[in-house]
Design a protein around this ligand. Structure first.
Ligand code: F6P
Length: 378
């Protein structure tokens, strides 16, 4: 019988973290299992900092709350952890300390809420004998082997609201309104919010764009009487024969992708202004997409994921990621998620061993966008 489990939330935050935590804790309570939460993701695991979670005290009233009540860390790779020794920065594998902490305190399962980088460490802890169950989180919707991650729907909803607002100001001033959205190397947020918000052009990383095609679409709209256009640009979109726009370098440790994307929207706005003669303005939506209350969809999805994860623990199924497959809750081996998984046409993710799920050209969203005449820049 399972007695004691722990949760950690890791990576960039999303709306829905708390809803997953709540569902794990509630399902645990129904089965007389004690639940704890490590503070600030893998860093808390390393420092052995955790709190007791229960739905009458620490985990009460958290369903609609953004962020994570147990924090999250974006730079705590315990397999390559930054430490200072004799005034020098060195990177060390401190994972054995994490394993020891889990064993010493008697945690029989660790739930890892996070994206591909988080699940890579989860897989590696599982190889060291720890019972791990992953839950796929990210606004980018790019975790391999699942159809949807929690946090994504809220990001799309925030982006859709922004498109609606840009529409009215763009229409009033006869401008091209560009919205840069997040998503890293996947165009899910851009594509889905462009459809939801009635955008005219959506530029995504999976389709290197020809800016002249976008300009032609805008000119055609002007000819037909629409003197404004709305363009949604994924932060990872790049022109054909060009490169992605990089704003800065992050310090998330070694062995992970430290590129801070940014600037794709302003670049597109400037070029469209030149090519069309219309005024263009860029808005970069940024962290608005990650903060605040989750949508009803994300609350339900997060609750489903949390309940499923705890059920898997009760069944003794470890080393897996809770996923949605063919619209239903399921699980896949963490090895398939972060290993060399040939089934998903994998591409690189946040770590060399991660896979990410990009927008596929025969996905319904691509077909729908093309069908209604949204210009994808090709
Ligand atoms: O992966 C989630 C995400 O929000 C991306 O969409 C974005 O590129 C990145 O994180 C921003 O990361 P940071 O929190 O390091 O600025």
């Amino acid at each position: 019988m399972l007695k004691k489990v722990a949760i950690l939330a890791n990576g960039g935050d999303v709306s829905g973290f708390n809803a997953v935590i709540r569902a794990i804790v509630k399902t645990a309570e129904q089965n007389n299992v004690e639940c704890y939460g490590f503070i600030d993701g893998y860093r808390g695991l390393l420092k052995n900092e955790y709190i007791k979670l229960d739905t009458y005290n620490t985990a009460s009233g958290i369903l609609p709350k953004g962020g994570s009540i147990i924090g999250s860390s974006t730079n705590a790779n315990v397999f390559n952890y930054k430490v200072e020794e004799n005034g020098q920065v060195v990177y060390k594998d401190l994972s054995d300390k994490c394993v020891q902490n889990i064993k010493d305190d008697g945690f029989e399962c660790l739930f890892t809420l996070g994206g591909d980088g988080t699940q890579k460490s989860a897989r590696d802890l599982s190889l060291k004998g720890i019972n791990v169950i992953g839950v796929p989180k990210t606004i980018d919707n790019d975790v391999a082997c699942t159809e949807i991650t929690f946090g994504y729907n809220t990001a799309v909803s925030v982006a859709t609201d922004a498109i609606d607002r840009l529409h009215t100001t763009g229409e009033t001033h006869h401008r091209i309104m560009v919205l840069e959205v997040m998503g890293r190397y996947a165009g899910w947020i851009a594509l889905e919010s462009a459809i939801a918000g009635g955008g005219d052009i959506a530029l995504i990383p999976e389709i290197p764009y020809d800016i002249n095609k976008a300009a032609d679409k805008i000119k055609e709209r002007v000819k037909k009487g629409k003197k404004f256009s709305v363009v949604v640009v994924a932060e990872g979109a790049a022109p054909k024969d060009g490169t992605i726009s990089i704003e800065a370098t992050r310090d998330n440790g070694v062995g992970v992708d430290n590129t801070k994307l940014g600037g794709a929207g302003i670049r597109v706005a400037k070029e469209l202004e030149k090519l069309t003669g219309l005024e263009a303005r860029n808005t970069t939506l940024g962290y608005m997409q990650r903060g605040g209350t989750p949508t009803a969809f994300d609350r339900v999805l997060s609750t489903k994921y949390g309940a499923k994860a705890m059920q898997l623990a009760l069944e003794g199924k470890f080393g897996v990621l809770a996923v949605i497959k063919d619209g239903k809750l399921d699980e896949v081996s963490l090895e398939d998620v972060v290993g060399n998984n040939k089934k998903i046409g994998a591409v690189s993710g946040n770590t060399a061993e991660s896979n990410i799920r990009k927008v596929n050209m025969d996905h319904d969203l691509v077909k729908t966008a093309r069908s209604i005449g949204i210009c994808l820049g090709d």
